[in-house]
Design a protein around this ligand. Structure first.
Ligand code: FE
Length: 258
């Protein structure tokens, strides 16, 4: 395991189904792994409220590791309980990482950055196991940092201006996120993303993300049932509303906007 890689900045990874164009600008900070896995139940350092989480080290290639959570496992309670976080991060995310490492072992993918693996396997039928686990590792690493204790509220600065230019108001943007997250049929994700020069809200199924549409993700909400069922049972809208109001990490989105 390589822990020597410096923290990197958020990537602009753009891939299309045909061209598989990868425009990586340094690799997504949350993604490669490289830092020691932080098991569920451990106590990662909790950043001061209002302080964006420091990006963990990223390994450019496998073996991939579970990135440490940017907050303690009970820091999102009660919106996302320690119990949910323990299963979601410690079991589900860990399984994606473990299964990805098994799927790429002994293949050229083992020496590729995560974003390149995703781009190279998107839509390739016999590589779906590699794609699904790589993409879910990427998505979850991004999701943990899309949340923070004492989050929510309204964005400021350039991000706010961009949101107002794209949606009319922050509240309109929030409503679009809420609608996307609650209307996604089955498992998937809701996203705030940069599409060209404009911000958009989009939703994706299963392991897909805006990367596959050539968009740059800024924030995400996991709407797989494992993200909320222990706390909210089937009440996805309650989970989404609580997340939007109390945990959304606008500073992370602003950093991704650049
Ligand atoms: Fe999940």
């Amino acid at each position: 395991m390589d822990n020597t890689n410096p923290p990197t900045t958020v990537a602009s990874v753009v891939c299309s189904r045909r061209g598989l164009l990868l425009a990586a600008a340094g690799g997504l900070a949350a993604l490669g792994g490289g830092a020691s896995a932080s098991a569920a139940g451990s106590t990662p350092a909790t950043p001061a409220a209002g302080t964006p989480a420091a990006p963990p080290p990223a390994a450019p290639t496998g073996p991939f590791t579970l990135p440490p959570l940017p907050y303690a496992d009970n820091a999102l309670d009660p919106v996302v309980s320690a119990n949910t976080l323990g299963f979601h991060y410690g079991k589900h995310h860990r399984a994606y990482v473990d299964n990805l490492n098994k799927a790429v072992a002994g293949t050229p993918f083992a020496d590729m950055p995560l974003e390149k693996i995703i781009a190279a396997t998107l839509g390739v039928a016999d590589k779906s196991a590699v794609y699904n686990n790589a993409a879910q590792h990427w998505n979850h690493s991004f999701y943990w940092r899309s949340l923070r204790p004492q989050g929510g509220g309204d964005p400021t600065g350039a991000l706010r201006q961009k949101i107002e230019a794209s949606f009319g108001s922050v509240e309109a943007c929030r409503k679009e996120l809420q609608a996307a997250a609650t209307s996604q049929f089955g498992s998937g994700w809701a996203w705030l993303a940069l599409d060209g020069d404009k911000l958009v809200v989009t939703k994706t199924g299963n392991a897909d993300s805006p990367l596959g549409k050539g968009q740059k993700p800024l924030l995400t909400i996991d709407v797989w049932e494992h993200a909320y069922y222990l706390d909210y049972q089937n009440r996805r809208a309650d989970y989404v509303n609580a997340l939007l109001g109390k945990l959304l990490n606008w500073e992370f989105a602003a950093a991704n906007l650049g």
